[in-house]
Write a protein that binds this ligand. Structure first.
Ligand SMILES: [Ca+2]
Length: 526
């Protein structure tokens, strides 16, 4: 058997760092059935199968992934530490390979293979890989239980599993086709967006292009940002906002800010510039509180949602949600159905006590904030992806497209702006002026804010876009995205198109023509 030796040679070759080699190493392809015999460090290929075109039924689930081309399904486990059990799946197109490799991301605390995302990339012709990040998902408050007493599993989730699956996924891909992939791309949202930024920061030669949507990259502070408003409504019934109140506030916000962008279309192109005072909705003295006005505690709650979570000195430690997102706040502050991702984090990782009451953590007190600071110091090195130094990624030739919905109801859109600005500030600190630094960053990293988009997709705006196609053009043909076309689709047809603009530019109406057509907009700084 010479296959293992060939694989070892290829792994060494791929491991040199560049996924875009000048000399394509061609060796005899390894058929699907023989991929179990590959010898890869800390890796077991547990099964392979040829899957015929059509529908793939997700294991242990009623879900299915449809319209797939035929592929070789590689199932395996990565064991970089003695406590690591990182499941991965690599899907290799049998007849439709585009010569490229795509890693796909996870959501929340992960714990599952992202089958639907694998299907998306397989349909495009990619050899594509996903990992469960090293644990099997558990529900609700137990989502983060996997890390209790298992620091290596937390590291697998935090940064290691994606790098491992990428390295080994590339090696298996190269062995199967007899040559390495020409380009490698990352596509992920939320935790998947964080995973993409983690790769750019820690393993800058893993990917040539990264799409990072709504990244949960400022992890410890995001947990604080999502916990604090939940605590507010859980401990003070007077601050609860019903869906009717959400709609009430949204109507007033649109009245104040919709027309600011020159188009009355129920969309706010730049919520960062929207000035709205919720006290304008406060019930008149003596009036019956109902869904047509807000009580004083409700006004205060609306203010908190926009302002974000603050430390005891009043400094914002995680930004709030944007004007326009109010109808969707129930995802976070519905006391009947709270959002467990941060509660599970504090319970199992920060406090480490299954009997701990998450409502006892008041971040606005010195004692509560001390818990937060200690957790940041301990876990940001494992879980966060906030390093503004992307120079090695840039030197590798990497390109990064980050997107964030302005109506995101779970992760503040301002967090993406803050990260983007931090990368510019880092460059500017090297004795350059800010404008020059911004231009330099635009050469490899662009942020696109998406008006009317919720967390990872959907929402009232035009939210159907193809960021990967824009990234492919940038990486493979050097065409930087000056805008990305987005559409609102109704029954498969576009009813509104707009350009998404590289921040800080905003889609600006020309003043004439149909405002539902992108050609009547241009990207301009405001
Ligand atoms: Ca508007």
């Amino acid at each position: 058997m010479k296959t293992p030796l060939v694989a070892a040679a290829l792994l060494a070759f791929v491991g040199l760092g560049s996924s875009r080699p000048n000399h394509v190493a061609r060796v005899a392809p390894t058929p699907c059935e023989q991929l179990t015999s590959l010898k890869l460090e800390n890796t077991v290929v547990t099964s392979v199968e040829r899957v015929t075109r059509g529908t793939f039924n997700v294991p242990a689930s009623t879900d299915s992934v449809t319209r797939l081309p035929a592929f070789c399904r590689v199932v395996g486990e990565l064991r970089p530490t003695t406590d690591s059990h990182i499941a991965f799946e690599l899907w290799l197109p049998l007849d439709t390979w585009n010569g490229k490799f795509a890693g796909v991301g996870n959501g929340g605390w992960a714990g599952n293979i992202s089958y639907s995302a694998l299907g998306d990339q397989l349909r495009r012709g990619y050899a594509t890989v996903s990992t469960n990040t090293g644990h099997v998902a558990e529900p609700d408050l137990d989502m983060a239980k996997f890390a209790f007493g298992h620091p290596e599993r937390l590291a697998d989730f935090g940064w290691r599993s994606v790098h491992e699956m990428t390295e080994k996924g590339k090696a298996i891909t190269a062995a199967h086709y007899g040559r390495p992939a020409r380009y490698a791309y990352w596509i992920g949202c939320s935790t998947g967006g964080k995973q993409g930024l983690t790769e750019a920061q820690r393993f800058p030669s893993d990917y040539d292009g990264i799409v990072a949507v709504a990244p949960a990259n400022n992890w410890a502070r995001l947990m604080a940002g999502d916990l604090a408003p939940q605590r507010d409504v859980a401990t003070n019934a007077a601050s609860v906002l019903t869906p009717a109140h959400g709609r009430l506030v949204n109507s007033a916000v649109l009245k104040a800010c919709d027309a600011r962008d020159g188009v009355v279309d129920s969309l706010i192109e730049n919520p960062g510039k929207c000035v709205f005072d919720p006290s304008s909705l406060q019930c008149a003295a003596g009036a019956q509180a109902d869904s047509t006005c807000l009580t004083a505690p409700q006004v205060e709650m609306v203010r908190r949602m926009y302002a974000g979570v603050k430390d005891p000195s009043g400094r914002v430690i995680y930004p709030g949600l944007a004007p326009g997102s109010e109808p969707f706040w129930g995802a976070l502050i519905n006391p009947a159905r709270l959002f467990p991702i941060p509660q599970s984090y504090y319970r199992w990782i920060v406090i480490g006590d299954s009997t701990w009451d998450w409502k006892s953590l008041d971040l606005s007190t010195p004692a509560g904030y001390a818990v937060q600071r200690e957790a940041e110091a301990k876990y940001d090195p494992v879980l966060a992806a906030v390093n503004p130094n992307l120079r090695d990624f840039k030197a590798h030739g990497g390109k990064l497209i980050q997107l964030h919905g302005w109506d995101d109801q779970l992760i503040s859109p301002h967090n993406s702006i803050n990260y983007y600005e931090s990368v510019i500030a880092f460059e500017a600190s090297a004795a350059k002026d800010r404008a020059a630094a911004a231009r330099e960053v635009q050469g490899f990293f662009r942020l696109f804010m998406v008006p009317g988009m919720l967390h990872c997709g959907g929402g009232p705006g035009p939210t159907s876009y193809d960021a990967l196609a824009a990234l492919e053009s940038w990486v493979e043909r050097g065409v930087a995205p000056d805008s990305i076309l987005t559409a609102r689709m109704v029954r498969g047809a576009p009813v509104r198109t707009r350009p998404l603009c590289p921040y800080p530019k905003v889609a600006t109406y020309s003043g004439a023509g149909d405002f539902n057509r992108a050609e009547n907009f241009s990207c301009r700084a405001q």
